[in-house]
Design a binder for this molecule. Structure first.
Ligand code: MEZ
Length: 589
């Protein structure tokens, strides 16, 4: 019952649909949403009652269905929203109503965990009423494979294990699936793909391997990099076969050629892939549970992993016995204390990550005996919109944007690796810079529209007008752009040696986004082998324990190349899912 009502009222208030103004105001104040529904003669039984036989499971599926039954789904409600920025239409993928709304405890817009929009939520000031968890005998469930974390690695592992015949339970501590993968913008690196061939791009597994090793300062685990490069084209095919569109190919920093695959028109890759994976998990009826935090990885006396202990939002503590466990819980960029512990110089820096990227999965893995490596290798992304947590994708630079400082001057090769670009920005006035692009670049990349939607862009009909909007010397800005345009014409950037020079900036209007470096990715994590088995401190694999994605260390060495993360999640997620299912099958025999 709880969350249904919350969502309903928030929808009403934000969209201004049904409730009288006074009631909306009360909702925004101290009255819990369930109470407000009662004022409208909507009682508990209407959502929870025996007639509907709704049990409140941790994923709150039944209750969300009740909300949708009365108010329509997210898209339907978003379509009615008048406000320019409204969570029902400015979201990434289908979210549960109960992600934000709660009947009996404080409602909270999930997006405000990262963003700072003025977005009061009805019931937002209600007192927090801790959920009373049932105190019953500890339940024990069974599965062949348990996957921890429902980002791209976890969902891929779960789907692959399911398709190999395993009974899978996928657990996610956050109220939504998608993890940080859902925020991935630029694309997925893959070499020698059918999409590159169709565009006449010459690439090879060896070249992707070499670029990745060089980007990682040759500190990567070469065997894992080989797996990444060798399987990348197959992973593109697999994603395509389950419904993804990643046929557009762009270029990212540190790549010798165009190899970053993304949806047609240059839409963001992560939200699309997350939706495809969610749908595939749902179509297969895989048991996906949100609001379900794994608090322990259980081992037997021999140190073999045999299951997990879970803390469910409503069901409380229970265990799942499993023949294999795949840890895919992501990194720790959104844990400022942990970041500062490993890299004190990054203290206080913003992050591009979703709030769940706190690194507790790493701790679970380490407690289960896994060895951690490269923990100090934390990536700073050069272009996070100033004063926000919104990543401005590297693809904007890949499609031709340049970096200009507050004095109107270019100062770096925009397509150098992220560590070098970030370092250069931090040396500029205000430790920030402007990403400058024109109408042609805007049109080349659909995801740029999102930055306009979020009101991050300043513009001018001419370069002079843009300079005025940015309060920078117009002559200097015009001269910097002119010098750059000449470099593009000459196909040679004498000033900063930018290797790709995709287009000159000559098509009005002209645009700018102020950017600052932010914590983006944690390269370190659990040591794994090429079968994704977690390696213990004695160098031996831990039986029954696999890991994939950002929770692992080794693939990226000291610096990850843009586009290699989504590539890693799909390739290593597939390997982990297949191997976990194989082990489960052999254990059943
Ligand atoms: O892989 C990434 O981190 C990436 C491509 C980010 C981006 O700038 O879009």
């Amino acid at each position: 019952m709880k969350q249904t009502f919350g969502r309903i009222i928030m929808l009403l208030a934000l969209v201004g649909l049904l409730l009288p103004a006074g009631l909306v105001q009360a909702a925004a104040g101290g009255t819990a949403l369930a109470e407000l529904h009662k004022l409208k003669q909507i009682g508990c039984a209407d959502c929870h009652g025996t007639a509907k036989k709704i049990t409140v499971d941790d994923s709150e599926k039944g209750i969300n269905q009740s909300c949708i039954g009365c108010h329509g789904d997210l898209d339907a409600v978003g379509a009615k929203a008048k406000a320019h920025i409204n969570p029902h239409k400015s979201h990434l993928g289908q979210l549960n109503c109960t992600t934000c709304h709660s009947g009996h405890s404080r409602s909270q817009a999930y997006c405000l965990k990262c963003h700072t929009y003025d977005m009061p939520i009805p019931g937002g000031a209600s007192p927090v009423v801790p959920l009373k968890l049932k105190k019953s005998a500890k339940k024990v469930e069974t599965a062949d494979v348990v996957v921890i974390g429902a980002g791209a690695s976890g969902m891929t592992a779960a789907i692959t294990a399911h398709d190999a015949g395993a009974k899978v339970i996928l657990l996610e501590k956050q109220p939504i699936t998608g993890g940080n993968s859902m925020l991935a913008a630029g694309g997925m690196n893959a070499a020698d793909t059918k999409f590159q061939k169709a565009k006449g791009i010459k690439d090879s597994v060896e070249l992707m391997y070499q670029d990745t090793m060089k980007g990682g300062k040759n500190t990567n685990d070469p065997a894992l990099v080989r797996i990444l490069a060798q399987n990348s084209s197959g992973s593109v095919d697999w994603l395509t076969s389950i419904g993804a569109d990643i046929s557009d190919v762009g270029r990212m920093a540190g790549a010798s050629v165009y190899r970053t695959h993304r949806p047609t028109g240059g839409h963001a890759v992560g939200a699309h892939i997350a939706n495809v994976l969610r749908k595939n998990a749902a179509d297969r009826k895989i048991d996906v549970r949100v609001n379900s935090k794994v608090v322990k990885i259980i081992e037997d006396k021999q140190g073999r992993v045999t299951g997990v202990e879970v803390e469910g939002k409503h069901s409380g503590s229970y265990n799942i016995k499993a023949k294999a466990v795949v840890l895919a819980a992501g990194g720790f960029s959104a844990n400022p204390e942990k970041v500062a512990f490993y890299r004190p110089e990054f203290k206080g820096m913003t992050t591009s990550n979703q709030p769940g990227a706190t690194g507790d999965g790493l701790e679970l893995g380490a407690k289960a005996g896994g060895e951690l490596k490269d923990m100090k290798e934390i990536q700073i992304h050069p272009t996070v919109a100033a004063g926000s947590r919104i990543l401005i994708t590297e693809a904007v630079r890949g499609n031709g944007a340049i970096l200009i400082n507050h004095e109107g001057k270019r100062f770096v090769n925009e397509l150098t690796t992220r560590d070098k670009a970030s370092e250069a920005i931090l040396q500029q006035t205000g430790k920030s810079a402007y990403l400058i692009f024109d109408e042609a670049i805007r049109k080349s990349l659909k995801q740029i529209d999102g930055y306009f939607h979020l009101e991050l862009v300043k513009e001018g009909a001419t370069i002079k007008e843009l300079a005025a909007a940015l309060k920078m010397p117009a002559d200097t800005l015009a001269a910097s752009i002119e010098t750059y345009n000449k470099a593009v014409d000459a196909k040679s950037d004498a000033e900063f040696k930018r290797p790709d020079l995709p287009r000159a900036l000559r098509t009005a209007k002209y645009y700018a986004i102020e950017i600052k470096p932010g914590v983006h990715y944690t390269m370190g994590g659990l040591k794994i082998n090429t079968d994704t088995q977690v390696i213990a401190k004695d160098g031996k694999p831990i039986a029954g324990f696999y890991a994939a994605g950002e929770v692992t260390g080794g693939v990226h060495g000291a610096n990850r190349l843009g586009g290699n993360s989504i590539s890693e999640t799909i390739t290593f997620g597939r390997i982990a899912g297949a191997n976990a299912a194989k082990l489960a099958k052999s254990a059943t025999k």
